[in-house]
Design a protein around this ligand. Sequence first.
Ligand SMILES: Nc1ncnc2c1ncn2[C@@H]1O[C@H](COP(=O)(O)OP(=O)(O)O)[C@@H](O)[C@H]1O
Ligand SMILES: [Mg+2]
Length: 408
Amino acid sequence: MSDRAILERGLLTEPGRTDLRLEYAELLAAEGAYGDALRQYDLALESDDSLASAHVGAARCLIALRRTKEAARRYTKARRLPGFQPAAELEELLEEANARPFRVIHGREKGTADIVDIRAYLPPSIGFDDVVGMDAIKRTLRMQIVEPFLNPALFRRYEKKVGGGVLLYGPPGCGKTLLARALATECRAEFIPVAIGDVLSVWLGMSEANLAELFVHARATAPSVLFFDELDALGCSRAKASSETARTVVNEFLAQLDGFESNDGVLVLAATNMPWDVDPAMKRPGRFDRQIFVAPPDVNARAKMLAMKLADVPVEPFGYRELARRLPHYSGADIDGLVDQAKEYALDEMLQSGQERPLGLRDFQRALEHTEPSMLEWLDTARERVSSSSGERRYKEVADYLRDAQPY
Ligand SMILES: Nc1ncnc2c1ncn2[C@@H]1O[C@H](COP(=O)(O)OP(=O)(O)O)[C@@H](O)[C@H]1O
Ligand SMILES: [Mg+2]
C-alpha cells in the first residue's frame, strides 16, 4: 500500500488525528495538489487553530495558488504562534508582495535577505499589575519614567531631565521582558521589541540605514518604547567585531541613542542577563545610564505567582506559601514550568483513571522531583563577576543579593 493510501485509511478511521492530517497535507502539496492540501491544512486547523506549521503549510499552498495576500495573512498569523519556524522562501516572496507593515533586512545582500517582521512580536497588553513583586522597582519606574512620559511639560518646567535609556539586568526568567512590556503599557506607548540575540545576523548585516529606520519608526509611532532585548549580544559582537560593518552598526546605534534627547515621546529600554558583557560605551550618561537590577522573586512573590498562575484552574486547597518556601532560586519562568509539569501529571492520571480531580500538592511534589531552577549557572557567574572590588561597586545590588541568598 502506498504512503498515501495508508494515510487516507488512517484518516478514515481516526479523522481527529491532526498529525496524520498534516502529513497527508504535506504529501498532497508535494504532489502539486495545492487546493486539496490547503483543504487538509484547514481541516487540521479546525480542531486546533494554533498549529503554526499548518498555517505555514497553508501559506505555501496559497502562494502556489497565487493567492498572495491570503498567504501573507496566514504566514503573519503563524509567526505569532508557538513552535513557529520561519520559511525562507515565504519570507522572500512576501517581501515582494510587500504585505507587511515594517521590516528589517536580514543578511548582507539585499537580494538574498531574510526579513524579520518586528510587529509580529507585538504582545497583548500587560500592565504593572501583571508583574508580581518588584514593588520598589515599579515605584521607581513610575516616578522616573511613567510620570515624566505622561506629563513631559510638568517635568520640563522643573528642569527635571526626561529621557535617557534604562537597562534592566538580572538572572534569566525573572521578568525583565515582562516588566518592559508592562512599562510600555503604563506609558500608554507602542511597544517595539527587538530581540538582538535572535536576530544578531540582522544587526551584523544591517546597514546603518536599516538601523536608522528602526529609530525612525519608533519616532513615527511615538509615544513608543523601543526595547532591545539581550543587549549583551550586541556588546559581544563589537568586541569580537573584526569587520568594519559591525563596528559601524554599533557606532550608529550609539549615535541614535545620543540623539534621543531630542526625540520626544520615545523611550529606549534594554535588558540583559549579562550586564558585565555590555559594552561600557552603552552605559555612558544619556545612553543606558539608569540600570535596574531585576532580582529573583522572594518567597512572597513566588507564592503570589503560584496563586496567579493557578487562579483559573481547579485546585485542591494547599498552602502556596509552603510550596513557595521550597522553591528557592526558582524564577518566574521556572514556576511557569513547574505549574505546567504538575498539570501534566494530574491530567495524565485523570486520563488513565477516567476521573476528573483537582490539581493537588502531590502533583507539585512530583513535578519538583523533575525540575531544577534555571538560574544556578547565572548565580555562579554573578558571584565571580562581583568578587572583585570594582565588580562589587558596580553591581552592588547583585552583591547584596548574593550575600543573603540561600546556598544551593
Ligand atoms: N515578576 C513576575 N510576575 C509574573 N510572572 C513572571 C514574573 N517574572 C517572570 N514571570 C514569568 O516568567 C516568564 C519569563 O519572564 P521574562 O520576562 O521573559 O524573563 P527575563 O526577560 O527576565 O528572562 C514570563 O513570561 C512570566 O510568565
Ligand atoms: Mg527576556
